[in-house]
Design a protein around this ligand. Structure first.
Ligand code: UGA
Length: 435
């Protein structure tokens, strides 16, 4: 099949490379010439494990190309994916759909023959209807269908998530479009990944419901962690104790500093807005979003308490800046709130992150960046682990202790074992575990 992928950002690039790897002919389109130029040189603009090799292989085998020429790519495609950004609109929290609608207009002008237009971007319920209206208005005679096919990719594990999905959601009532989508995902279908067919609006809502539910699960265990701290219980054991119940499930029950990233914060807000507009308020999700924002700020206070109530004039070393490991993404990262709170309280902050320091420079000020974890810890009055990169799991604890000015470790991801930390002589504070 010939596929055009509009938007060579995170979702477009991963999906385009994976479809090409399935044997389809994929052309990724982006309006930024510098990005396309870089991709054509083999440079991948984002950090995603395995993506560079996957792109290189499919480019070499002539199944994956990059262009700024949308019309050319769309003209010959049977399926055109819209994978452009849908940022939060400033001021009201609604998703900003201007890029999606512009893509719809451009696609309409260029398409030739029966074309399936697929929204991959996370878009509010009803966006597919509007995309259809725009295309119909531009090209009244065109033969096409608009399908919702939301993605469920996690940054850092996106290729595996694409190739071994729990399910594929396809929202359309057009039989011909269903056939095209089935053909596109056929390699997965043969692997028994269920392809769920539903209405377009239902598919759009399914994506938001999934992210809101996962955000709720995380927030729930985070609040249980706070209660554990008050009553002397252990959240790791509670998570295991409830997670082995199949009705609950063990995943996304890892207590931490609050969820961040480009999806959960934005998508929960957009769902809250849609629900309010339709007079069906999602009070649980409203609370989740508020509790999570407060939590990120509260983590700074937790560090200050671990430092004896004040960090004024002290140096705090922060390990991990990105919103989670295996990405260079700083969007809504809890580290931003933690570091800002520490700076506001008079601390000097040193930080190290394996991939995120470049992005961090544009969102954080007055941070000294280190070469590695030990360099970061050198002379610091406390060390805070904010993001659980694998390299931080196996630190030499004796060396770490000798490097720090004071042996205080605040572990916001429960990476270390409390007994071991105590044995090494650290003052160790974690999330929801007895002191
Ligand atoms: C999330 C979803 O997991 C994907 O299914 C979805 O496709 C994607 O959003 C999207 O809408 O595009 P992502 O934001 O990449 O993916 O990352 P997650 O692994 O879900 O983590 C989100 C945040 O929750 C991170 O800050 C992470 O540290 C936190 N988290 C996750 C926890 O604090 N505890 C957990 O148990 C799990």
């Amino acid at each position: 099949m010939r596929v055009a992928m509009i938007g060579a950002g995170y979702v477009g690039l991963v999906s385009g490379a994976c479809f090409a790897d399935f044997g389809h002919e994929v052309c990724c389109v982006d309006k930024e010439p510098a990005k396309i130029e870089a991709l054509n040189r083999g440079a991948i603009p984002i950090f995603e494990p395995g993506l560079d090799d996957l792109v290189a292989k499919n480019v070499r085998e002539d199944r994956l190309t990059f262009t700024t020429d949308l019309a050319q790519a769309v003209k010959s495609a049977q399926a055109v994916f819209i994978a452009v950004g849908t940022p939060s609109r400033r001021g009201d929290g609604h998703a900003d759909l201007s890029y999606v609608y512009q893509a719809a207009r451009d696609i309409a002008a260029a398409m030739d023959g029966y074309t399936v237009v697929v929204t991959k971007s996370t878009v509010p319920v009803g966006t597919g209807d509007e995309v259809e209206r725009i295309i119909r208005e531009t090209r009244p005679e065109a033969e096409f269908a608009v399908v919702s096919n939301p993605e469920f990719l996690r940054e850092g594990a996106a290729i595996a998530d694409f190739k071994r999905p729990d399910r594929i959601v396809v929202g359309t009532e057009d039989e011909r479009a269903k056939d095209v989508m089935t053909e596109l995902y056929r390699p997965l279908y043969l692997n028994q990944s269920p392809l769920l067919s539903m209405s377009r609006r239902t598919a759009e809502l399914t994506k938001y419901a999934a992210n809101a539910f996962l955000a709720t699960k995380i927030t729930f265990i985070n609040e249980i962690a706070d209660l554990c701290e008050q009553v002397g219980a252990n959240v790791q054991d509670v998570a295991r104790g409830i997670g082995l119940d199949n009705r609950i499930g063990a995943k996304f029950l890892h207590a931490g500093p609050g969820y961040g990233g480009s999806c959960f914060p934005k998508d929960t807000l957009a769902l809250i807005k849609t629900a309010q507009d339709h007079e069906a308020p999602m009070r649980i999700v409203e609370t989740v979003a508020a509790v999570n924002s407060q939590r990120k700020r509260a983590m700074g206070r937790k560090v200050i308490a671990a430092c004896g109530g004040s960090v004024r004039g002290k140096t705090v070393a922060v390990l991990g800046l990105t919103f989670k490991p295996n990405t260079d993404d700083m969007r809504d990262a809890p580290s931003i709130d933690v570091i800002t709170a520490l700076q506001d309280a008079g601390a000097r902050v040193k930080a190290y992150d394996p991939e995120g320091m470049e992005a961090a420079r544009s969102v954080l000020t007055d941070v000294a960046y280190a070469r590695d974890a030990y360099d970061c810890a050198r002379g610091a009055d406390a060390l805070v682990l904010v993001t659980e990169w694998d390299t931080f799991r196996a630190l030499d604890l004796s060396r770490l202790k000798a490097t720090l000015a004071a042996p205080v470790v605040v572990d916001l991801r429960n990476v270390y074992r409390p007994e071991e930390m105590r044995r090494h002589g650290f003052t160790y504070v974690s999330i929801g575990q007895p002191l």
